[in-house]
Design a binder for this molecule. Structure first.
Ligand SMILES: Cc1cc2nc3c(=O)[nH]c(=O)nc-3n(C[C@H](O)[C@H](O)[C@H](O)COP(=O)(O)OP(=O)(O)OC[C@H]3O[C@@H](n4cnc5c(N)ncnc54)[C@H](O)[C@@H]3O)c2cc1C
Length: 457
């Protein structure tokens, strides 16, 4: 099964296979700036090798529902869009420095700091910025063991990372660990915990990061280029600068060149830059379009942005508790005044991720149906292939998004090769215009105009 995943381009680059079988798999950045597992030798990979079971896109028997039933027995409340859970909250930490240094409401930092402070864990495996590697990676998984180290963690890293090295460390080293990861990474980890007793015993908590989709290294390079740092000069990038006076969804970005210590320009918001509308899906791995878990349904706790109108004025986190110990930690934090959180319903939590869920549920059903018609191999999902109930406009949006993702890679490679940003923008303009036409308010406005015209007539 894992061979099928790799051959058909569905590897998400999590590193679970390389963690379990380092002698057979290694992780490598491909020419599209995506991390991929590469099979060193395929000859002696037995059909019953457990490695087939750990890949998040390989084993149809281990879907998110099966894994969450197994690992989250105390999360008694089922919900079709957010998964099993104990409770949902929206809000933020009250510590201003923690809040300022975080992506949204600072819950990631607060939780991991609290787990280390209370010695509930010995180490946390987190994503941190790193000096640029020769291949162009700017972030990696690292181990931290003191509460102060959480301040150095990455904010949202819309950039490839993989877990093989840190997971090998956990398999070899006694201890109690927590780990943060996007939904497919946590799913892979749960699969690994099923086949590896050391991991099962040592990973005490999983912190799921709500995820729209992952990005290749090109995404950071594209932003950096528009901020005055050419791709080969990009030393670091901050995807979540909080700009005073801007709403939380107007994410600030800044880039630092290799030979510099300060950003090339003052931060800009993503709205001021080309190609950053997350819905468009530039530089998206193919696997992300075949995933139906937005809210990290197999994690002990899920955190994301509270994209609800009443929480947009400043960064606020969405929190979904699924493990009773983490739920108690959150309640204690509220009692002690560390956290300013409101209880919200599961439907509100789902609504805050409405766009992502639509793309991964009805959009996925449509993409699966298209793949089925073509006779393509696709991973088995909880969502079943279907085209029913979709308007022509929605079908067009889902098709255009796929095209944007596919087109963005060669267009950026060509622009980089010629050192000319305009090549990229020219190549992408028409398809992005088409997306705006179908995805924006164009049809609503048109319908309104027609109605108005008819009423005048
Ligand atoms: C690729 C990606 C897509 C996302 N899409 C959405 C979305 O569609 N909707 C939404 O609500 N939220 C999304 N998020 C999550 C959101 O951007 C914030 O990371 C989240 O709200 C946590 O913010 P915070 O202030 O609570 O955490 P912080 O205190 O800033 O802590 C951040 C935590 O995130 C971890 N982290 C950062 N990047 C990664 C990564 N690539 N892989 C694993 N762990 C990581 C760090 O280790 C740290 O634990 C996405 C994040 C990523 C990385």
């Amino acid at each position: 099964m894992i061979d099928k995943v790799l051959q058909n381009g569905y590897c998400i680059g999590c590193g679970a296979c390389a963690a379990l079988r380092p002698e057979k798999f290694h992780m490598q950045l491909d020419s599209n700036g995506l991390l991929r597992a590469v099979m060193t030798s395929s000859q002696d990979l037995a059909p019953d090798d457990p490695v087939h079971q750990v890949c998040p896109f390989a084993d149809p028997a281990m879907d998110e529902d099966v894994l969450s039933a197994r690992f989250l027995p105390k999360a008694k409340n089922p919900h079709v869009r957010i998964g099993r859970h104990i409770a949902c909250f929206a809000g933020k930490v009250t510590d201003p420095s923690l809040l300022q240094s975080s992506s949204s409401g600072g819950m990631g930092r607060w939780l991991l700091r609290r787990l280390l402070e209370t010695q509930a864990i010995d180490q946390a495996l987190v994503v941190s910025p790193c000096p640029r590697t020769p291949e162009g990676l700017l972030y990696r998984f690292e181990m931290i063991s003191t509460p102060n180290q959480v301040m150095g963690m990455a904010k949202s890293a819309y950039h490839p990372v993989e877990m093989s090295e840190v997971l090998q460390h956990v398999m070899k080293t006694q201890g109690r660990y927590a780990i943060s990861g996007v939904p497919c990474f946590i799913k892979a980890l749960r699969n690994l915990m099923v086949v590896n007793p050391e991991l099962q015993a040592r990973i005490r908590f999983t912190l799921g990061i709500v995820c729209g989709h992952l990005k290749s290294t090109f995404y950071g390079e594209m932003i950096g280029w528009q901020l005055g740092v050419p791709p080969d000069q990009l030393g670091s990038i901050d995807f979540r600068v909080k700009i005073p006076g801007k709403q939380a969804n107007e994410k600030g970005v800044s880039a630092i060149a290799l030979d510099s210590e300060t950003p090339a320009t003052p931060p800009k918001t993503v709205r001021q830059l080309f190609g950053t509308d997350y819905g468009q899906g530039l530089f998206k791995p193919k696997a992300c379009d075949y995933c139906d878990d937005v809210l990290a349904e197999t994690a002990d706790i899920s955190i994301g942005d509270a994209w609800l109108p009443q929480y947009l004025n400043e960064g606020n986190s969405l929190i979904i508790t699924r493990h009773p110990d983490l739920h108690s930690l959150i309640e204690e934090g509220m009692r002690q005044g560390d956290l300013q959180l409101d209880s919200i319903t599961a439907d509100q939590a789902a609504d805050s991720q409405d766009a992502g869920l639509r793309h991964r549920r009805e959009g996925l059903a449509y993409r699966l149906a298209l793949a089925q018609d073509r006779g393509d191999w696709v991973p088995t999902k909880r969502v079943k292939p279907s085209t029913s109930g979709l308007t022509l406009q929605k079908k067009m949006i889902f098709r255009i998004r796929m095209k944007i993702s596919r087109k963005s890679f060669p267009a950026f490679i060509e622009a980089k090769r010629d050192g000319d940003w305009n090549i990229f923008q020219r190549r992408m303009n028409s398809i992005i215009f088409l997306y705006t036409l179908f995805g924006g308010n164009f049809w609503k406005r048109l319908r309104k105009k027609i109605r108005k015209h008819l009423s005048i007539c």
